[in-house]
Design a protein around this ligand. Structure first.
Ligand SMILES: [Zn+2]
Length: 252
């Protein structure tokens, strides 16, 4: 935690401190927050920039991928010289140069690694920026088991979706998408293609949800599913609720 009365602290976070829903007290909470970001693709690499800029103090990052040329269309935190490098390393360096108030813990493995559940158990809030249903289901299950709030974000084509799960009786991922198969192509940008901008919107919005949650302010997307379609200029918020017959979170 940086010295909250130092000139650098007041200067760096001035625009937050001026905001009545954040203020100095909220900024201190952000600097003490403990967040796990899973996936450093389009969504995750967007979210991390605003989490780090906001001074979220402790961020775990999970990804085993290396940067590829095809990533650069949307994952603009990386550049041409980063191709072939580990994403966790490039992101860690980026954050260190942006804001050294932020401590990064690197987890260089995929979410199906047996160590993942233990890692999830160590954080107060989990952000799922992965791009496939299998990973989402595993993250969801671990968050149910360890009673961790989970911000879910997904993209496909021109569309994006976000929900704040597993907080105050909110549904889990499985409650909202009970029939989705692990090998489905739905919301998978590898098979359907994706507009880079949609990943930036989803990742940034997940960072905004994180800030509201940590500062305990505003209306969080619990029991709500935010959907947008950039092509047709549509933003809408649907009501969603816990499925009492959900095979994952029922009785939890
Ligand atoms: Zn459920």
């Amino acid at each position: 935690m940086p010295n909250a009365s130092s000139p650098d602290f007041l200067d760096r976070y001035r625009r937050h401190i001026l905001m009545k829903n954040i203020g100095g007290a909220g900024q201190k909470k952000l600097c003490n927050a403990n967040v796990l970001l899973i996936g450093l693709g389009g969504i995750g690499s967007s979210a991390i920039q605003y989490l780090a800029g906001a001074g979220v103090g402790n961020i775990g990052i999970v990804d085993q991928d290396t940067v590829a040329l095809s990533n650069l269309q949307r994952q603009t935190i990386y550049n041409y010289k980063d191709i072939g490098k580990k994403k966790v390393e490039v992101v860690s360096r980026f954050v260190g140069e942006l804001n050294n108030d932020v401590k990064i813990e690197k987890y260089d493995f995929y979410i199906d690694n047996p160590k993942s559940a233990e890692v999830i158990s160590k954080y107060d809030l989990i952000l799922d920026g992965t791009d496939n249903v299998k990973s989402r289901k595993e993250i969801n299950k671990a968050c149910v088991n360890y009673e961790k709030p989970l911000i879910f974000g997904g993209v496909s084509g021109w569309e994006g979706t976000i929900s704040f799960l597993l907080k105050d009786g909110a549904p889990c991922y499985e409650c909202i998408f009970p029939d989705i198969e692990e090998n489905t192509n739905e919301l998978n940008c590898n098979s359907e293609g994706v507009l880079g901008v949609t990943t930036a919107i989803v990742g940034s919005y997940m960072a905004a949800e994180t800030i509201k949650y940590v500062c305990n302010t505003g209306n969080i997307l619990t029991n709500k599913l935010l959907l947008f379609d950039c092509l047709n200029g549509v933003f809408e918020v649907l009501s969603v609720e816990k499925n009492v017959k959900c095979l994952v979170c029922n009785n939890k």
